[in-house]
Ligand binder design. Sequence first.
Ligand SMILES: Cc1cc2nc3c(=O)[nH]c(=O)nc-3n(C[C@H](O)[C@H](O)[C@H](O)COP(=O)(O)OP(=O)(O)OC[C@H]3O[C@@H](n4cnc5c(N)ncnc54)[C@H](O)[C@@H]3O)c2cc1C
Length: 568
Amino acid sequence: MNAHQPRAADHAFVLFDVLRAHERLAELPAMREHADTALLTQVIEEAGRFVGEVIAPLNRSGDETGAQWKAGAVTMPPGFRDAYQAFWQAGWPSLACAVEDGGQGLPTAVEAVLHEMLNAANHGWTMAPGLLHGAYECIRHHGSPELKARYLQKLASGEWLATMCLTEPHAGSDLGLVQTRAVPLPDGRFALSGTKIFISGGEHDLSDNIVHLVLARLPDGPPGPKGLSLFLVPKHQTDGTRSSVHCERIEEKMGIHASPTCVMRFDEAAASIVGEPGKGLNAMFVMMNAARLLVGLQGIGLLDAAWQKAHAYAQERRQMRSPGSASKAGQADLIGLHPAMQRILTTQRAWIDAGRVVAYRTALELDTQKHHPEAAQREAAARWCSLVTPVLKSAWTEQAFSGASACLQVFGGHGYVREWGIEQHVRDARVAMIYEGTNEIQAIDLLVRKTLPDGGLALQTLLGELAAEPGQDPRTRQALQTFADFVREQVVPGSRTADAQAFWLADDFLRAQALLLMAWAWGRLSSASGHDATAHAAFWRWVWPEFAMRMDMMHATLAAAPAQAAML
Ligand SMILES: Cc1cc2nc3c(=O)[nH]c(=O)nc-3n(C[C@H](O)[C@H](O)[C@H](O)COP(=O)(O)OP(=O)(O)OC[C@H]3O[C@@H](n4cnc5c(N)ncnc54)[C@H](O)[C@@H]3O)c2cc1C
């Protein structure tokens, strides 16, 4: 089995030929000097080389050895520490960090490409730096001057890694139930006590220090989410002493064996508050939004890695004659010629290519939201990020799992055994549907928190903007209009009259928008020469019909309002 090799040219094609990133970036004064296509292409090529040579070869051994826990310490699989040290020393974590913090000030889209490549090559390893940029943004926006002075450069460079400590045994999706306590100390700090579970990278030997960002409750904090504040606890304090934070064990799990998923106990650990008391979730959302784009990219990367393996195998393995084949009787054709296998492969390609367009566009919108000189442009970009990020996270992580399983099917029994490495992608991909807010929570976020409160206005504006883009297929324009009418005439009034209604609708509502975004993305792709025409055809034939099905499901749900409550 060969390690995954990134294809830098495919990523650059979407960024520059399809999305015209250089033109978008040239509108942003802070990014203008980086709008140079040649420079950004060179960075992408270099990223591909580094990922292919250093990170990808550790994927299989990382899965087999796994992270090991002994007496509170975690040893990462062989080669992982050296690879991480090479990674941060080469400046990869700081790509999109601000120059004044020691970063390189490059566009978020280039960081997005790097993370997609890393996840495709080695999901387990990439879990460690996956939260770094979010932690950096969180301290940059909410940290006191003292915290910034102490931690910002270390996080920007990646010399120190970071965690996000939210989940507790009884508090998963509902963070309002968090019980970890923070008691004020005379010196202005806090003593943190409680247990966090499922903490990715809570303990390891990749970096010399680990910065934990922890949600906890002050003694006078009200119950529920409004009582939560955010705290920072380093593994090692500035004077070198070790904080009272202990890794009690790591989980045995289905996939990403190389990523230690830790139970962390805080025993009156000295902590600094990040941001204002009671505003912990606000501060954490900076980190979670960055992480959700990266999880969507994880889905796209994993699907691409599975597709590349399956595609290569389909060009080698021969079984039976394919229908209409010119082969002689008794000869077997490549399985890649059989319609059923072609359908699997082109359908996954349709998801990968469209997903990349949606994800990289989101990364460009993140920079536009931050740096565009015009308020209207910043507002439009914020609308895109808010509404598209949950769709990207949810739909493309779901596709990574089901699509990787379809790619395994291309191998027949050879996919189910370990030899070809395809089964690891299926196991690894599954978790992305769960963490960073489960896919069901993303759907509720999209409909209940982001669509209904303004009567669907922001969403309808976004749908209108997509329809107005040049080069869109008439089917796409028609569907965008149909969906906008449906939101205005049925979803908003229907959900107001019956409160629970929106929650029944949410998953189909998100899925329908994923399909609309794909249709839009294929409109963009097909306007650039060099796009994959078979994947484009596969989209319209085998993916798009689901849109009508989701609309039917939503009509049925809206029509069946009173009976549904009884189903509970
Ligand atoms: C490998 C791994 C790594 C992780 N890393 C981290 C980390 O670094 N930091 C961290 O803090 N956490 C981490 N997590 C935890 C992860 O974020 C939680 O598992 C996730 O938020 C779900 O919480 P839960 O597991 O308690 O499930 P629950 O919240 O109990 O949910 C169970 C099911 O009910 C559904 N559900 C819950 N509430 C609703 C609702 N209101 N409406 C509809 N459906 C609902 C969920 O979608 C899910 O399907 C990690 C988890 C795993 C498995």
